[in-house]
Ligand binder design. Structure first.
Ligand code: PEP
Length: 251
């Protein structure tokens, strides 16, 4: 059966000492509580090794927010999937709408990144989601399914089973405007059906599909109560342990 997952995405927030302090608070909370989901924090590259060394990564997974599209070599400023793995991190967020929009990441680039992440034993948290115009035109399901068809649906069954999908409607990210529980469920169900068609009903049933977009302690329970919503990818509300734990304990 698929896992419930709550993953934080700190984005470009927290200096090293603040990041370590937050990670340690979460680590202590998770050591003391029996939670019903896997918990992951997506931290800036430069904090990965320090954070991974400070927490029990079997209880608090550590994720990068991106990786290079090449394995190694003369790519100044890039960070490879192998380097990420060597820090003790186990996950990488790929295809976030901010990376697609501000850094021109397209399906071709993302396919290379997903392949390298998998080759290096990282679990990709693969983001997809539509902009407001697409939602308003009513073509969101087809649009998001096509994002998957162009990328992760090209993976072998064996590799696809290793990824986590995060549906993040762009109009809900950082805007305070959350998709309703019905909108989230409708999309997640459509994505699960598309996975069943691309692979099998069993694989679809075992794939964790997270919702992302202004998820907070006050709406997490309602979102996570949907049969096809298996957790969340959390931006703003992952920046304090009180808010993040409020979401983790919504399961
Ligand atoms: C995100 O960027 O992945 C996200 C979901 O952000 P927020 O929770 O702040 O909307």
């Amino acid at each position: 059966m698929r896992k419930n997952v709550v993953a934080g995405n700190w984005k470009m927030n927290k200096n090293l000492s603040d990041g370590i302090a937050l990670a340690k608070e979460l680590d202590a909370e998770l050591a003391a509580k029996d939670v019903k989901c896997d918990v992951v924090i997506g931290v800036p590259f430069i904090h990965l090794a320090s954070v991974a060394a400070e927490v029990d990564t079997t209880k608090l997974g550590v994720s990068a927010q991106n990786c290079a599209a090449e394995a190694s070599g003369a790519y100044t400023g890039e960070v490879s999937a192998e380097m990420i793995k060597s820090t003790g991190a186990g996950y990488v967020i790929l295809g976030h709408s901010e990376r697609r929009e501000y850094y021109g990441e397209n399906s071709e680039i993302l396919n290379k990144k997903v392949a390298l992440a998998l080759e290096n034993g990282l679990t990709p948290i693969y983001c997809c989601g539509e902009a407001l115009e697409i939602r308003e035109s009513g073509t969101q399901n087809e649009y998001v399914i096509n994002q998957l068809k162009d990328t992760v649906f090209k993976l072998s069954e064996e590799d696809f089973k290793k990824i986590i999908i995060a549906y993040e409607p762009i109009w809900a990210i950082g805007t305070g405007k959350t998709a309703t529980a019905e909108q989230a469920q409708e999309m997640h169900k459509a994505l699960r059906e598309a996975i069943a068609e691309a692979y099998s009903a069993e694989i679809a049933d075992n794939t964790s599909i997270l919702y992302g977009g202004s998820c907070k302690p006050s709406n997490a329970k309602e979102l996570f109560a949907n049969p096809d919503v298996d957790g969340g990818l959390i931006g703003g509300a992952s920046l304090t342990s009180a808010d993040f734990m409020g979401i983790v304990t919504a399961f």
